[in-house]
Design a protein around this ligand. Structure first.
Ligand code: CU1
Length: 192
């Protein structure tokens, strides 16, 4: 049952930096429900014996770059508001973005996430398409190619942190994909 650990320790022996394990657990770019995600590199006792080699790039890359990451905290409320409407960052910089649902209403009625779209993706069309994806927390995997980064869907009192690298300069829309929220819960990531 310790196979995964043995694997990890040998990686350490090879000089792979795993020191910043506190920061690695949040990296995930195409978020898709908790169970489907294969992108999570955290050593979680794997439910099966199928131990694949640690998911390539992600484990290794994040910690080193994260030291200079821009840390952003966005609060979302029970009244459907983000307290941040604009995030500015320079190209290539790592961003550690935490979304905090500071309300008390559960996610079924007042769920919030923060979805950053790739450049040129139509937010209204995306939001419309996401409406039908309740089972995927309104972030359908079929639209993953349109997403730069996204948090989980949160209920009151919950928070989630994502880590991503600021892409090419430009303006990127972010919003909450919970039905009906994007009209007010939105903002822009501005990469300079
Ligand atoms: Cu929301």
């Amino acid at each position: 049952m310790m196979n995964p650990l043995v694997l990890i320790f040998s990686l350490i022996g090879l000089g792979v930096v795993v020191a910043c394990s506190n920061a690695t657990e949040t990296k995930k770019i195409p978020p898709s429900g908790a169970q489907k995600s294969t992108a999570n590199p955290v050593v979680d006792n794997a439910p099966t014996n199928e131990v694949k080699a640690a998911p390539e790039e992600q484990v290794v890359e994040v910690p080193a770059n994260l030291r200079n990451a821009l840390k952003v905290v966005v609060e979302a409320t029970d009244t459907m508001q983000f307290n941040v409407k604009e995030i500015r960052v320079t190209k290539g910089r790592m961003v550690s973005l935490t979304l905090k649902h500071v309300g008390t209403i559960g996610k079924a009625a007042m769920g919030h996430n923060l979805v950053i779209l790739k450049k040129g993706v139509d937010m209204a069309a995306f939001a419309q398409a996401a409406l039908g994806a309740k089972d995927e927390d309104y972030l359908p995997t079929q639209l993953a190619d349109s997403v730069l980064a996204a948090t989980k869907l949160l209920g009151g009192g919950e928070s989630d942190t994502i880590v991503f690298k600021a892409p090419a300069p430009g303006v990127y829309d972010f919003f909450c994909s919970f039905p009906g929220h994007y009209a007010v819960m939105k903002g822009q990531l501005i990469v300079e």
